[in-house]
Design a protein around this ligand. Structure first.
Ligand code: ADP
Length: 194
């Protein structure tokens, strides 16, 4: 089983890029953000708790996202691996992920990091707010806090995965197809391995 992590700041294009990748490499896409939005849409208790935090641009507690992740991992029939999008977002989550995978005799295959400048994050999210109508995209204050949360809590993962020899960074500027090709050139190295 392959365990790929699509990493990057909000608005880097993780969700956009994930769709063709899961097709090509026969992976299951796990987006913790999308799973949380499903819970919010369903009006569950978990969704209510998450909504307040998400709308303020903060992270949701680890036990909530890790519970959802464990459920998604449980069904691996017919796939060659998983593409994680939006997880891990903290060093603690990365350590928990390593533990979860170790228990299955598995490990993270590669981290592909999509990099864009903060200014581009703001432009892309402003555009997405009009197209998708996500509540957490609507206010400038929330977006600024998400960017701050990314720098404070998520960016340290770069060094974590560099130390593990698993970090691959690409520029996420250019067309969707160009970025897709850059990601695939990294993933091709690993999908060729047994
Ligand atoms: P984006 O990366 O574009 O901001 P996501 O859809 O990945 O959006 O996530 C939306 C929100 O869901 C995040 O701002 C955060 O509040 C919450 N969230 C998603 N994944 C996690 C996670 N792994 N840990 C904690 N909170 C998360």
């Amino acid at each position: 089983m392959k365990y790929y992590i699509l990493f990057g700041p909000p608005g880097a294009g993780k969700g956009t890029q994930a769709a063709p990748l899961v097709e090509k490499y026969n992976l299951k896409h796990i987006s913790t953000g999308a799973l949380l939005r499903e819970e919010i849409a369903a009006g569950s208790e978990l969704g209510k708790k998450a909504k307040e935090l998400i709308d303020a641009g903060n992270l949701v507690p680890d036990d909530i996202v890790e519970g959802m992740l464990a459920k998604s991992f449980a069904n691996a029939e017919g796939i060659d691996g998983f593409l994680l999008d939006g997880f891990p977002r903290t060093i603690q989550q990365a350590m928990d992920l390593d533990e979860m995978l170790e228990a299955r005799d598995e490990s993270v295959t590669a981290v592909i990091s999509l990099m864009i400048p903060d200014e581009t994050i703001k432009e892309r999210i402003a555009h997405r707010a009009q197209v998708e109508g996500r509540a957490d995209d609507a206010s400038e204050e929330t977006v600024n806090n998400r960017i701050a949360t990314y720098h404070a809590q998520t960016e340290p993962l770069i060094a974590f995965y560099e130390d593990a020899g698993k970090y691959h960074e690409i520029q996420s500027l250019g067309t969707i197809a160009e970025v897709g090709e850059r990601i695939q050139s990294v993933m091709d190295e690993f999908s060729a391995l047994a």
